[in-house]
Write a protein that binds this ligand. Sequence first.
Ligand code: HH2
Length: 264
Amino acid sequence: MAICNVTPDSFSDGGQHESVAMALQFAEQARRDGATIFDVGGESTRPGATPVAAGRELARVIPVVEEVCSRFPDLIVTIDTVKADVARAALRAGAHAVNDVSGGRLDAAMFDVVTEHGAGMVVMHSRGGVPDMASLAHAEYDDDVVAQVCGELLTQVTRARLSGLTDDAIVLDPGIGFAKTSAHSLALLRGLARVVSLGFPVLVGASRKRLVGELTGVVDPAQRVVGSAVVHAIAAQRGAAIIRTHDVRATREALAVAVALEKR
Ligand code: HH2
């Protein structure tokens, strides 16, 4: 899954895909490099980022979703949003699934919108609102963070089912770096098999994140490509079905090696 943030302020690719032309060029390259899913977002979750009103978010993402869907019909396009109105408009514009970093917590209409469109949904674990979900404001867990994250994900799965969403439409994501210290994120990556055992495809997104910076000592997020690729290769070995990345080519190469080494 290639990340395309149509934002001025995302933590590592802010400002890089601000025009439709820039986003399209990125989509073409990502596809050539081996991406099969293209994730379009119009609001950063970076702590301290300015919250974006629905109107502005729509203006950022809808033209990109429309163009990418029409030019690259083989790409699965996901809309990265916590707002049901934005999700609805993106699904109408051709997107196939919703990637909700709140896992359906922040907008009561989200599961209904996804169900009505027969779409898929990434239910990601986080806590708090958009401005503080990637901070440590809600990063309190007992000694088994994996069990707590799984429990909170399953609560959202129950809500999704009540809205009529079927299990085959759901992907789970432990939310690396969201309301988690690096130790919590590491525990989730070590215990990924337990998340996988819930029975849903699992998405992992560690791309260029603070965890990778802390492990490698690389300060500039754009330079965290190698560390991110290693995390993602190991996550794939542990059962992750989808990897969300800014750096498609490096990730693809790392996954090719990891998958080959798994084969017996
Ligand atoms: N991480 C970010 C945003 N969306 N979606 C899923 N499913 N999983 C993730 O781990 C995830 C996500 C944050 O990264 P990024 O989009 O690069 O930054 P920003 O929120 O600053 O735009």
